[in-house]
Each structure stands twice: as structure tokens, then as C-alpha cells.
Design a protein around this ligand. Structure first.
Ligand code: IPD
Length: 265
């Protein structure tokens, strides 16, 4: 039986070493070394080096586990624990030296995320959660806001890298922006989810996320009391991730559904 608290302790120590490496490489200067889905979807040498470091450390501590990471994939074999890793979430922030980028590491057992850490390497701010054990930041238990009125809600979102998808997302935003307090595009989905958990955002939504973007942050948000779902009864995933306090969630959900937010390219 895997203990979420033990998995979290390992995740935290590995994420801290990973964050240190990301910061050292940032201090030396960062260039994009390759692009992925589009010309603006960049990979830096640090994304790859950090993912290698995390893989090595997890292998050393738990050789039987598998890792599913943003840069090198993997994790398709059966194992007691599958680790889901974004070595640097917020790569574009990292490239431009905007201090909002995170190591996001989650432990999944039997298809369910049971522990997760999101570490903003630039600031040292660290959010953690275990399933059923609550969400924490700096020793403080986290709780979502009590906001119930969409018109008063501060809502985070993000955009994909492909132009056609971004245009669809912008059209959805056009339909939403007149119905909320305001919108934030912070640039790291894992951190957006943690900000919902701590009440710095009332809610967050985004289409097109990958598992490594939302695995750890989604657990942090859920353990802080957010409903974390997709659209129209679907689980959170590539089509949509919505995180919001239970009383606010239906209002945001229904507007996003009406706007066909999970449609388009
Ligand atoms: C991206 C960030 C961004 C979100 C994108 C993600 P990456 O992840 O989380 O905020 O809007 O959808 O792809 O590429 O920086 O790891």
C-alpha cells in the first residue's frame, strides 16, 4: 500500500532539487533550444535537464515506478506509482525571466492522483496536497474563496500555442469577460490552480491542458475545496479544466458550455 504522505515527501524533496537546478540555469541565461507543437511552443535546455534530474532521483528512490513527463513522455508501463511531471510549467515565463514558473510533480496510484507538489522555483512558494489530507502552502491549510457571484469573480485562464486554438480561446474570452470581475493570464497552469486553492483567484479554466499541467495543481485545488471538472459531466482533461468553489462552479461552467469553450481546434 502506497502512502500518499510518503510519496509527497519524496515529491517535495525532488521538486526542490529540480527548482534549484532551474534557478541555476536561469541565472546562467536561457535560450530556446527547440520548438514543439508550434514556433512559440519552446523547450529550453533547462526543461530537459530538470526532467532528467527528476527522473534520476525518482529512479534512485523508487526504481519500480514510472514517470510520465512533458519533455520525454514515458509512463505507459504498469507500475505501483506513475509520476506525472512538468519540469518547468510556465516555460515562456522562464524564458523571459518572469518569476512565475513551477516544477509540478504528482504521484498517481491506480489512475488517481494521490499526492502533488507545485513549486514556484522563482519565489520558493510551494503548494502541496495529499488525497483526503488537505492542501497546504507554507504550513497553512488552503481554502478556496466563498465567492458565489460570477460577476464578482476573478478568473484565471490560459491559451494554447497554436494560433487557431488561441483564436477560439479569445472568442470564448470575449463572451466571458463582460460577466466576471476580471481575468488573469498568469502563464503557468499549475500555479493558476494553486492560486484558486489559496483564494488568490476565485476560479480558473483552460482548454488544451496536458496531464502534467494540471495533475498536481488539480489535486491542490480539489483538496482546498474546489470542484475540478471538465465540461458537461466530463472529468478534467484536454477538452477543459475548470476549478472553482462549489457555489461558483455551476455559473462558470454553464457560461463556458454556452460559449462552446471545449469546442474549436
Ligand atoms: C503552459 C502553461 C500555460 C498554459 C499552457 C501550458 P508550459 O505550460 O501552463 O499557462 O496556458 O496551456 O501549455 O508549456 O509552460 O509547460
Amino acid at each position: 500500500m502506497e502512502q500518499p504522505a510518503d510519496l509527497l515527501a519524496l515529491a517535495v524533496s525532488v521538486a526542490r532539487a529540480a527548482g534549484d537546478l532551474a534557478n541555476r540555469m536561469r541565472a546562467d541565461g536561457v535560450d530556446a533550444v527547440a520548438t514543439k507543437s508550434t514556433a512559440t511552443d519552446v523547450v529550453t535546455a533547462a526543461d530537459r535537464a530538470v526532467e532528467r534530474l527528476v527522473r534520476d532521483k525518482l529512479k534512485e528512490a523508487r526504481p519500480g515506478d514510472v514517470v510520465f513527463g512533458e519533455e520525454f513522455g514515458g509512463g505507459q508501463e504498469r507500475a505501483a506509482v506513475r509520476w506525472i511531471l512538468d519540469p518547468i510549467d510556465g516555460t515562456v515565463n522562464y524564458l523571459y525571466n518572469i518569476p512565475v514558473y513551477a516544477v509540478s510533480l504528482a504521484a498517481e496510484v491506480d489512475g488517481q492522483v494521490v499526492a502533488g507538489v507545485v513549486l514556484n522555483a522563482a519565489t520558493g512558494r510551494e503548494w502541496t496536497a495529499t488525497r483526503g489530507g488537505g492542501a497546504f502552502c507554507g504550513g497553512r491549510r488552503l481554502r478556496v474563496t466563498g465567492e458565489t457571484d460570477l460577476g464578482q469573480a476573478l478568473v484565471g485562464t490560459g491559451f494554447g500555442y497554436a494560433a487557431e486554438r488561441r483564436l477560439h480561446q479569445a472568442r470564448v474570452l470575449l463572451g466571458l469577460i463582460g460577466h466576471v470581475r476580471d481575468v488573469r493570464r498568469i502563464g503557468a497552469a499549475s500555479i493558476d490552480l494553486c492560486l484558486v486553492a489559496e483564494g488568490a483567484l476565485d476560479a480558473y479554466y483552460e482548454k488544451g491542458l496536458n496531464p502534467w499541467d494540471h495533475a498536481a495543481g488539480g489535486l491542490v485545488a480539489a483538496e482546498a475545496g474546489a470542484l475540478v471538472t471538465g465540461l458537461d459531466g466530463n472529468p478534467p482533461g484536454a477538452d477543459m479544466v475548470i476549478a472553482a468553489p462549489p457555489a461558483l462552479h455551476p455559473h462558470l461552467h454553464d457560461l463556458l458550455s454556452k460559449l462552446d469553450a471545449s469546442g474549436g481546434p
